[in-house]
Design a binder for this molecule. Structure first.
Ligand code: CP
Length: 339
């Protein structure tokens, strides 16, 4: 998939209701790939997310997006992404059309993705789309007049997850403040599990590639990072290593980012069964890690992090989920011209 750019000359939005700021960065833009985000953009997103976190802490909900409507269009199951986008919109005073089960929509009668998108944008100001096919979000954005936000396109990308992951790393390790910006220099980030099909690790490693960090990719040999992605990452400044064991890099890791083996991407169920518990992180594993290391996971987990890890303060995955709402509040405000 090539990097997404909005078609030249296409109006990003047909009108400017309710005092939208057309000069706001990201106004009317679709968010399809992390490749759209330069380092200065990350500071901007995190600055807005930081403000959102403070506002939610202070007042809970507020009317920044009052009068705005989001369509949540999910062709694949989701708990966190769907509900955090809904919560984000509602915290900002907006409303949501939830289509979390497309089989109850006209998709089940054979309606195409472009027709579904062009229908929903008649009613909504922005569409969040999850789809099993890589490239589907770019396809939707190519026909849409309203912003499309990619909530996961098959084994392609999950850009909003990667942004919330990076925000979490920065906040947890004290590497971001609105005054100094983002600086992850010198960190060692170990990504573990299903690196072949895991779209969250694809997006996150792309965001980290231009930084001064070490990236360890630990997986069973059959679930290594795709070759094209490793070639792409090699053009960045991050130092990368591929391994099939965690122990050689665990003690030096600042972040352990664990992923689920993605059953739904396997044609061979026996192969999935043989790999699903290739790595299991438990309390014992953490005895060999730094006291300051954080454990992250995009969730859902299906056995790769034992429940006995949850009470450990290094378990950051539930705080990571909460950060998802703040980052998605920021992104919605940005594309709807209110940030
Ligand atoms: N992290 C994530 O995408 O979770 P959901 O599949 O529940 O949205």
């Amino acid at each position: 998939m090539t990097s997404y750019r909005p078609p030249e000359g296409r109006p990003t939005s047909p009108h400017l209701p309710f005092g939208d700021r057309r000069d706001a960065p990201w106004y009317g833009q679709s968010i399809i790939s992390v490749r759209q985000f330069q380092p200065a953009d990350l500071d901007y997103v995190f600055g807005v997310a930081h403000e959102m976190r403070e506002m939610v802490g202070r007042v809970g909900t507020f009317d920044l997006l009052k009068g705005k409507l989001l369509a949540n269009l999910f062709y694949e199951p989701s708990t966190r992404t769907a509900s955090s986008f809904m919560a984000a919109m509602q915290r900002l005073g907006g409303t949501v059309i939830p289509i979390n089960e497309v089989r109850y929509s006209s998709v089940s009668k054979g309606e195409s993705l472009p027709d579904t998108i062009r229908t929903l944008e008649c009613y909504a100001d922005c569409i969040v789309l999850r789809h099993p096919q890589m490239g589907a979000a770019a396809e939707a954005a190519a026909v849409a007049r309203k912003p499309i936000i990619n909530a996961g396109d098959g084994v392609g990308e999950h850009p909003t997850q990667a942004l919330l992951d990076l925000f979490t790393i920065a906040i947890e390790l004290g590497r971001y403040s609105p005054r100094t910006g983002l600086d992850l220099s010198g960190l060692t980030i170990t990504l573990l599990g299903d690196l072949k099909y895991g779209r969250t690790v694809h997006s996150l490693s792309r965001l980290l590639a231009p930084m001064d960090v070490r990236l360890n990719f630990v997986s069973p040999p059959t679930l290594r990072m795709p070759e094209h992605l490793m070639t792409e990452l090699a053009t960045g400044t991050a130092r990368t290593t591929e391994l099939d064991a965690l122990d050689p890099v665990l003690a030096d890791s600042d972040v352990l980012y664990v992923t689920r083996v993605q059953k739904e991407r396997f044609e061979d169920v026996a192969l999935y069964e043989s790999l699903k518990h290739a790595f299991v992180i438990d309390r014992q594993t953490l005895t060999r890690a730094r006291d300051t290391m954080i454990v992250m996971h995009p969730f859902p987990r299906v056995g790769e992090i034992a429940y006995d890890v949850d009470p450990d303060p290094r378990a950051a995955y539930f705080r990571q989920m909460e950060n998802g709402m703040y980052v998605r509040m920021a992104l919605l405000a940005m594309v709807l011209g209110k940030a």
